[in-house]
Design a protein around this ligand. Structure first.
Ligand code: FES
Ligand code: FES
Length: 899
């Protein structure tokens, strides 16, 4: 025990604590300054906990109080500025769009201030080095670099705030308006799940997890654990009153699939880390101590690591609900059957082929997963978590726990990133069950290792594909097959699997196509969405083959793409024509940039460090497949502003600014401060659907427009100009917008029909350098050209493009998840300040008739072109043709050796 004396945010403090207590725990726990975040497991690599101590940025999670100098001066994000009086650094982060989910932001702000106090005008390279210990999953780092430089200019007086402030007095539409909550994130005021004050009597949970990939649960003995100090109880599947199965199957999908994923495993574990019991205790330490005392007797079963293994003759079904591990087989047949496509390939003047493999990928959000639950004064179980689908998850949880819908309320906490990780239920069932059972508030916070271990993953896929073309450069046919690793539960895999068939082929004219996809269970993490599932993988396959074909025919890669790009009247792989055809125009926009980049690469390449340029593109449907709906309410407020009620989750992608911008425009240019958003509570909002599939901009955006129109119509009809008029005339103040899109031709067994109303498009260019001796690839710059219709907020769109390209670089070069081995953000391969490329963003804005105010979503599309662009650039630089990702140095060296 020791007495520490220090100054914290300008106030002298004394504290008695253990010498090995971490400064982060003191700041958050003893002083309640929750602006300082925890990302990694006190391992000092993520920078979310950075504070300034005696003028230097330090990672407070690794600083023991023994090492805090007597009289140290410590500054946290709260001490730097407040929402009312933000510091220049905090303003710059908001204005430059350097804040998305905002979870990394306090650590970035403190690191920036420490740097700028020392070095007022740092270069980009100096910033990258100063921030090498800070991670961000959302932004791609470019906007943070700009923010630090802008902050420096603001601090020195080189620019004034008036010069960078955005005038939103007539609305925000089309302007680089910062997000509504960016200052609360920049000042540490916004409370994420682990920051929310909870009562003294809150119980803390830890999960007992399977150490096996595949095993039967023979018995669970909780008797010793229940006697451990501080333990209130240990819950197993027997304590669950409902079905204990989370239903994922959306309406219209295969009747074969039944709910199989339990909240707590009862008879079998299907992958490493599955939950078999939950310890509920007075403190986290008590719960942790008891976890190891729960005795579980397993009968270990053979692990099916790959679909090849789980589908071999005699392989036992992983799930007892099915008689086989083959979940779904699906097809694409365009322009005839398989024989017709094969014949077209055989008759083609040129044919190229490849076998591709892509890995499991973790979401790698900087905030660890967490949830709370309590029984409210009306007897409702209230869950608070990072869910991006509060109504859907409520329905699923009610079924699994056996709770009537009116007895469960779900609130979305501010979220430190999702990328679809919270499109599925994770830890919420444990806290809800414990709150039901013990009638006390309950809380669980995963470690980062646990978050990564147990979450669903981007699925592995193996693809064989061949592409044909005529001698004059017209594509003739595509034939492919793929095997998809669904992991231990079927989850949303069938729904997402359809996207693989739709995204292969990209925006290129293919008279004939045949494909077969198989989805199989294995003993690994279940398939889930991770930013554009299927879109990323199939763009990689398509664009590498297109590049190979261009070379085979002696054509320029860009001009070959231009020749084959969808033109007016062309039919997509699913057989339908489209409302617009922007891809050729995007290639035109890229052409001068590509020519300049290629010339630069040829000039700068050396035998030891070869430079090259590559292109990749992709498409994405911006609705739920086959039909979508969203309901929104808009209510007139006493100040003649409005409140918009919509479940457009904001996990960093910009849901809040999306609602504000669309409502602002639909109401004739209402300033943003007059548009309030209620979006995070199942009990206060109508169902606007989940924030997945980049669907919200078009679907909920249209619903917002409809609700605003209903309000304006009512005001016009009754000759009302203000709230006061409406009240005086006793008119309703709340209006509903219910947007429904139903496919005019649902997808058939051949994959033909109309899956979506809207598409968004991306085109990326990568400039890389390959170190020939080591195989290391440096991505020097990524450029994007995007078309998602009319841009509502250029700052938000730029942020998505930059972040998407960066995540694409991670997919291409560094990221992979292996159960039992990948236990940190670093091990998962998250891009960082040092290896992330410079970025440049361009747009074509083709009005979308089915979009909201002409625009559609692009949060996923923006990632698709980067991986193939990088692989094609590696080939352009070095001649190493890559088919597997990540393109590690070892794989690049092997490809170089193959020639
Ligand atoms: Fe401290 Fe990650 S570096 S929480
Ligand atoms: Fe940096 Fe989300 S904004 S992690």
């Amino acid at each position: 025990m020791r007495l520490s004396r220090f100054t914290l945010n300008g106030i002298k403090q004394e504290l008695v604590c253990e010498g090995d207590r971490r400064l982060l725990d003191v700041i958050r726990g003893d002083f309640g300054l929750t602006g300082t975040k925890r990302g990694c497991d006190n391992e000092g690599y993520c920078g979310a906990c950075a504070v300034i101590m005696d003028g230097k940025a330090v990672r407070s999670c690794v600083v023991a109080m023994d090492h805090v100098p007597e009289g140290a001066v410590i500054e946290t994000v709260e001490g730097i500025g407040t929402i009312a009086h933000p510091h220049a650094v905090q303003k710059a982060f908001a204005y430059e769009g350097a804040i998305q989910c905002g979870y990394c932001t306090p650590g970035m702000v403190t690191t920036a201030k420490a740097l700028l106090d020392r070095r007022p005008n740092p270069s980009e390279e100096e910033i990258r080095q100063a921030f090498r210990g800070n991670l961000c999953r959302c932004t791609g780092y470019s906007s943070i670099i700009r923010a630090v430089q802008t902050a420096g200019r603001l601090m020195s007086g080189e620019v004034s705030e008036d010069e960078i402030r955005v005038d939103t007095s007539d609305g925000t539409f089309g302007k680089r308006a910062p997000r509504p909550n960016s200052l609360s994130k920049a000042t540490g005021a916004l409370r994420y799940g682990d920051d929310v004050p909870m009562p003294q009597n809150t119980l803390h949970l830890k999960v007992v997890r399977s150490p096996h990939h595949h095993a039967n649960i023979m018995s669970i003995d909780i008797s010793e654990a229940e006697k451990m100090p501080g333990v209130i109880g240990v819950l197993t599947a027997k304590d669950i009153p409902g079905s204990n199965r989370l239903p994922y199957r959306p309406p219209g999908y295969s009747a074969k699939l039944v709910p199989t994923e339990p909240i707590l495993c009862d008879t079998r574990v299907t992958h490493l880390g599955r939950p078999v019991a939950v310890v509920v205790a007075e403190t986290v330490r008590h719960a942790e101590a008891a976890v190891g005392v729960v005795k579980v007797d397993y009968e270990v079963l053979p692990r099916h690591e790959t679909p090849l293994q789980s589908l071999r003759e005699g392989a036992a079904p992983i799930l007892s609900e099915y008689d086989s591990n083959l979940m779904v087989t699906s097809h694409l047949r365009k322009g005839g059957d398989q024989a017709a496509a094969e014949q077209a390939i055989a008759e083609s003047a040129a044919v190229v082929a490849g076998s591709f493999a892509t890995p499991r990928i973790a979401h790698l959000t900087i905030e660890p997963d967490n949830a709370m639950a309590f029984v409210d004064e009306d007897g409702r179980i209230t869950i608070m978590s990072k869910s991006v689908a509060v109504h859907l998850h409520r329905m699923q949880m009610c079924a699994a726990l056996g709770v009537p819908p009116d007895k469960l309320r779900w609130i979305e906490n501010p979220s430190g990133g999702s990328f679809d990780s919270k499109s599925v239920i994770t830890c919420e069932g444990y806290v809800a069950l414990a709150a039901m059972k013990f009638r006390r508030p309950c809380k669980i916070v995963y470690t980062m290792a646990e978050t990564i271990l147990v979450a669903s993953k981007r699925a592995r896929v193996w693809v064989n594909a061949k592409l044909g073309a005529t001698s004059d450069g017209r594509l003739t046919a595509l034939v492919y097959d793929f095997d998809l690793d669904a992991g231990g539960y079927e989850g949303v895999a069938e729904l997402v699997m359809n996207r693989y068939h739709k995204c292969i082929g990209g925006a290129y004219t293919l008279p004939k196509a045949y494909g077969e996809g198989r989805m199989a269970l294995t003993n690994s993490n279940p398939f889930s969405s991770v930013r554009g599932p299927g879109g990323v993988e199939m763009a990689l396959v398509t664009e590498v083959l297109v590049d190979m074909m261009a070379e085979r025919l002696g054509a320029d890669p860009l001009e070959f793409r231009y020749q084959n790009a969808w033109k007016e009247g062309d039919r997509a792989n699913w057989g339908a024509t489209l409302d617009c055809y922007p891809y050729a125009g995007m290639l035109e926009k890229l052409r001068p940039l590509y020519l300049a980049a290629t010339a630069k690469a040829r000039h700068e390449t050396t035998p030891a460090r070869k430079r090259g340029v590559g292109i990749g593109g992709g498409i994405w449907g911006c609705e739920m497949d086959g039909g979508d709906r969203s309901t929104v309410w808009v209510e007139l407020n006493p100040d003649d502003g409005v409140t918009v009620y919509a479940t457009w989750a904001d996990s960093g992608q910009g849901g809040d600014i999306g609602v504000v911008t669309i409502a602002s425009k639909a109401l004739g240019g209402l300033p943003p401060e007059k548009v309030r958003v209620v979006s995070r509570d199942s009990s206060l909002t109508p169902n606007s659907g989940p924030s997945v599939a980049s669907r919200q901009t078009a679907t909920t955006g249209n619903a917002i427009c409809m609700a605003c129109e209903a309000l304006l119509n009512a005001m016009r009809e009754h000759d009302c100009k203000t709230y006061a008029d409406m009240v005086r005339k006793q008119r309703p103040l709340r209006y509903e917008g219910a947007y429904v899109w139903q496919s005019p031709a649902p997808i058939d067994k051949d994959g033909q029909g109309v899956p979506w109303r809207n598409l968004s498009y991306v085109l990326n260019m990568a400039e890389v350098e390959v170190e020939i001796a080591t195989g290391k690839v440096n991505v020097l710059k990524m450029t994007s050209v995007v078309d998602a219709g009319v841009i509502h907020n250029p700052l938000a769109v730029e942020g998505q493009c930059e972040g998407g390209m960066n995540m694409g670089a991670g997919f291409a070069l560094w990221e992979a998840f292996e159960p039992g081995q990948t236990d940190s953000l670093l091990a998962g391969g998250i891009p960082n300040f040092v290896n992330s490329p410079k970025t440049e963003c361009h747009y074509t804005e083709t009005f979308r008739v089915g979009g909201a105010l002409g625009g559609v979503g692009l949060g996923e599309t923006v990632m698709f072109g980067a991986p193939p662009a990088i692989l094609n650039a590696i080939y352009d630089a070095s001649g190493a043709r890559m088919f597997d990702v990540p393109a590690t140095p070892e794989r690049v060296l092997a490809a170089l050796a193959r020639g």
